[in-house]
Design a protein around this ligand. Sequence first.
Ligand code: SAH
Length: 369
Amino acid sequence: MEQPARNAQTRSSFQGPPALSDYDADALAAQFAGWGCKATHAARLLHAFYLGGGQVDLAALRLGKSVESHLGHDILLRQSHLITRSSSVDGTEKLLVGFGRGGAVESVLMPAHEPARAAGCISSQIGCAMRCDFCASTRGGLKRNLDAGEMVEQFLHLRHLAQSQNRRLSTIVLMGMGEPMHNLGNVMTAIRRIAAPGMGALGGRQITVSTVGIVPGMDELAAADLNVHLAVSLHAADDVTRSRIVPMNRRYDVGQIIAAARRFSEHTGRIVTIEYCLLKDVNDSDGQAQLLADLLQGFRTHVNLIPYNPIGVALSGAVYATPDASRIQAFYGILVGRGVVVHVRLPRGHDVNAACGQLRQSVRDDRSV
Ligand code: SAH
């Protein structure tokens, strides 16, 4: 059973009582029992809460006066609210979610390969400390880690929106703002709550954690046996190029990261995704495609080529550009020719600034942190 107490203590200094999203079924049952209320009501409440995407009709649940007197006081129903929602012409929806503890992040609902399904993108931190040069999310630095309940609530907002559009939230990626491996305890707790039976209607297999390549975190995630997928943001197969655009490469280099990705794959049986943001004249040459193919030789991966989404002037002062379609095609062709499984990721939500690396609106809304 999870103990919400640590969260509750941390948050009490900020804003008082914990929220339903801070509990798993066992912890809520224990809390109900402590109030002298039926423990079975806890599971009913939590199931209804998750099923409704965080909306729950307390009257219909008939939990009794005693439970009702505690809800909203000793346990909040929600600790976040929707600040804004922007809809893209391609079906992408960007939500700005504000937290009772302060600050806000963006969560994104994206079209999936089937119209009745949607994919969600969740943030793990407010801001980011990684300073990847081509990413807008890191510009204001790291403000704070999100706690597990705050990630659960992003999921619930996305689920509710998907439901209202007759779509099912069938996969989620921890690929929004932040580096999940630097907040791994809370990330894993959130995943356990969402993937628990009867809750988020998702298993570990429908969840992907994306990392810049924090080796100890990759090993810890593998050992946790959560059954999740791992995505590694590689962006270059050689250390000179990678260190230029991903400063964290000076801590964990390409060789160490690929070794950890192989360990993850061997331990979990999962195919690891390699993300590669294509930057014109930086990492998009034929030679760099060959290097990537060399690096991945004998390692079953899925490579996701992500054409750069322009963010203006980078932290270093550089102005990156997106390669032409013909260059992307050539890079792709070399990988395919070398037997690498590769996809080019379609840019989503450009018109609402919801595309990769553009989740920076929140930086404006987190002054209270
Ligand atoms: N810190 C984690 C998760 C957040 S970044 C990680 O590094 O994986 C999520 C993905 O968006 C990463 O693959 C990142 O490289 C990519 N990305 C960031 N900025 C981008 C941009 N401007 N254009 C295209 N992809 C970008």
